[in-house]
Design a protein around this ligand. Structure first.
Ligand SMILES: Nc1ncnc2c1ncn2[C@@H]1O[C@H](COP(=O)(O)OP(=O)(O)OP(=O)(O)O)[C@@H](O)[C@H]1O
Ligand SMILES: [Mg+2]
Length: 198
């Protein structure tokens, strides 16, 4: 390859990467503003997660591990595959960004039968798919915990603070719920409940 061709190839690569980032940003804004199109259909979440896990494992630094724990078989849920992919990717990216050496990320998926007196008022009693993205990263101090779903809240130098605001909007559109448990230096767990198809 000639020097000029190589230079052109590098420039094209940068343009393509920037376009993906811009489209990612636009999608996050749309999801946060709840203006994006949400196309709910019957989906096999396990299949979607297995597909993503394969990709995540390939891009994980050598000093980190990822584990998928599934309580199968799981019923199908009503969801928008593209948006749920965005949710899972955002949670995984955040986990990856806060983990250092010996970083561990675990995604567990299980069936959760919610009782009538479930403390989350937005969820109806009955079966839900529950998934939890857990990491052993820097954790979140108590004062910050309530802010993480707010738009434009970020503690990162280059963070836009849109990932979790969009995730929150998407989960609401699915009539689901998201919560976070964390404390400083103790890692974090983001848990999502999605109603199943009855
Ligand atoms: N797994 C995690 N562990 C510790 N802190 C987290 C975790 N996930 C999110 N946070 C905190 O919540 C903030 C908001 O997260 P969010 O994904 O919305 O924005 P961001 O990652 O900073 O930027 P971006 O818009 O590029 O995703 C983060 O800046 C970080 O402080
Ligand atoms: Mg993020």
């Amino acid at each position: 390859m000639r020097a000029n061709d190589k230079d052109m190839k590098n420039k094209l690569g940068t343009i393509i990467e920037m376009s993906y980032r811009a489209s990612d940003h636009a999608n996050q804004l749309l999801s946060y503003a709840r203006e994006g199109i949400c196309f709910l259909e019957s989906i096999d979440l396990l299949m979607l997660v297995e597909e993503l896990s394969e990709m995540w494992r390939q891009q994980l630094p050598k000093y980190m591990t990822f584990e998928l724990c599934v309580d199968s078989p799981l019923p199908e849920c009503l969801g928008d595959a593209k948006l749920l992919r965005q949710v899972l990717n955002s949670l995984f990216e955040n986990a990856k960004e806060v983990c250092g050496e010996d970083g561990k990320i675990e995604l567990s998926i299980t069936l959760d039968d919610l009782a009538k007196d479930c403390r989350v008022r937005t969820l109806k009693p009955g079966q839900h798919i529950r998934f939890a993205m857990k990491d052993n990263g820097c954790g979140i101090e108590l004062a910050m915990l309530a802010k993480v779903f707010e738009p434009f809240f970020s503690t990162k130098f280059t963070g836009r603070g849109l990932g979790l605001a969009a995730v929150h909007g998407i989960i609401e559109k699915h009539n689901g719920h998201i919560s976070v448990e964390s404390s400083l230096d103790q890692g974090a767990v983001f848990t999502v409940w999605l109603p199943i198809i009855r």
